[in-house]
Design a protein around this ligand. Sequence first.
Ligand code: SF4
Length: 479
Amino acid sequence: MSGIKPARRWQPAFYPFKRESFGRRLLAKVEICVKGPLFGCRMCGNCLLQETAFICPMECPKGMRNGPCGGITPERNCYVDETRKCIWYNIYERAIKTGREETLLEVLPPLDWDKVGTETWGEVVRQIRKVGTGKFIGGIMSNDKVKKAEVWNSVFKTIRQPVWWHGDADYHPAPSGDPVSDFERRLREGEFVVATEVTPPLGAGTDKLIRNIELVKPFVTAVNFTDSSSARPKMSSIACCSVALSQKAEPVLQIAARDTTRTGLQSIIIGVNAMGIKNILCVTGDNAKTGPSPTSNMNFVDIDSVQMLWMLRRMRDDGIYLDGRIIKNAPKLFLGAATSPFASDPILQAIKDRKKVNAGAQFFQTNLIFEPDRLDPWLEQLDKRDILNKVFILIGVAPLKSYKIAEYLHMKVPGVTLPEKILKRMEKAGESAPEEGVQIALEVIDKIKRKQGVNGIHIMTLSWESIVQRIVTESGLGK
Ligand code: SF4
């Protein structure tokens, strides 16, 4: 059985929210008895198996439906539960082996919770009847690949892409009008841009936040505010962005899918856009497992980062909410996504990154990079996927202040690894560790600056905002 189903159903299957008819309940029982042992099916009622190499993505603890998160361990295990393989890594590997990797580019919808726990076979049968049973059987038996795909999609695409979503695998460029922010303008003009992070305060006072914004503002184009990074509550990114605006700094609002529902996301976007926030970075967010005890919900996100991008792009370009209502004053947005170049094999990573660009990402900010030479195979794959000319890439850089911080990043932060060489340098530096950390950052930036396809750097200060001036000046990237 393991040849068919590489993992096992870790979380229990869903039950429907309302009482179904006897016939549907019976069909649901048969379906779970067949699809459970075969595919690890959890009865999500919104089946995507045909698009995910016949491995159920619901085996991912976060319920990711559009590809892996950036937290796969070097052993290709899931960082939420390291005893299991990352299910999305398995899906990608099998799709590549069977030549079906292009199907992974289609932007798939979030769950319709009205259907969760119910059977899907009835819907498939009804759709086959609509298309014509003879035509369907003839089509899938055909040797003509195009005809086969057409008839297959006439049944399954209708099911997996409901009218309220209409996802596809195409690139949808942003409108060609004026840039919506200074950050976008500078990138479009070809400037090598510097963005940085200012750490949100733990309390409600804003004095230190304002001081830190003032410290970095003269040296960077945009300031990111994380959304409860490492699943630890702090001042919200919206509040920090509002303070940044009042200080005349340009904010990038990070929104973590972990704490956001589809309803909340749409309301937040309308609200923050009215406040003047235009740059949005969509991230799935670190799992609650990385946060403090007691642990919050580790299961399931309502929407993943790809779905966030798709929804926000449609709000901006089509002027509609997810439910189809027209937005009179559509938001003006510059949309970004996080990416983790070393999370998986560059070929697989490029598939996920292409999907984010298709969904709406206009800029990428990467995870922390300490080995710039390892970026080359990833950039090559992005080039092969024809996206280097469609997305601005800012590489994440961090000045390490101590060996303890270096060790923490290496051991505890999903998707971040530090090479032995750097860990040793930091350990050996002793009291001069902060200086060594700055030198490492400058060496990394020096290499990044020369890379084709890279448009800037994103300095993650790790609460060391006062070092931004030195890093920017000594690396020759002053505004
Ligand atoms: S590593 Fe991420 S994508 Fe993979 S199974 Fe775990 S949570 Fe899901």
